[in-house]
Design a protein around this ligand. Structure first.
Ligand SMILES: [Zn+2]
Ligand SMILES: [Zn+2]
Length: 105
């Protein structure tokens, strides 16, 4: 049973040891509950609304403003989506469920 006291993780914000009772995990590091704040607006974060970038943490709002919705990818290829999917679905389903063209005449 190894009990290594030297392995105590340090909070990236204040540099002090983080104990399990107060830890928040993000960006491959452990943060104090009170240090777990957005780097821009200083809002307190939790695991549901934290986003990370280069080892820093931000709230979703600031992350979106600073880095964009995803950070990478600008929706290239989205223009082909509508036609492709519509054609496929329309062709298959209407052929099977349409009966009126045979009873019309
Ligand atoms: Zn701290
Ligand atoms: Zn923020």
């Amino acid at each position: 049973m190894p009990f290594v006291a030297a392995e105590q993780p340090k909070c990236p914000k204040c540099g002090k040891s983080v104990y399990t009772a107060e830890e928040r995990i993000a960006a491959n590091a452990k943060w104090h509950k009170s240090c777990f704040k957005c780097g821009l607006c200083q809002k307190l974060l939790d695991s549901t609304n934290v986003t990370e970038h280069n080892g820093e943490i931000f709230c979703r709002h600031c992350y979106g403003r600073k880095f964009g919705p995803k950070g990478v990818g600008f929706g290239q290829g989205a223009g082909t989506l509508g036609m492709d999917v519509g054609e496929h679905l329309g062709n298959r389903t209407s052929e099977m469920t349409n009966t009126h063209h045979s009873t019309n005449f």
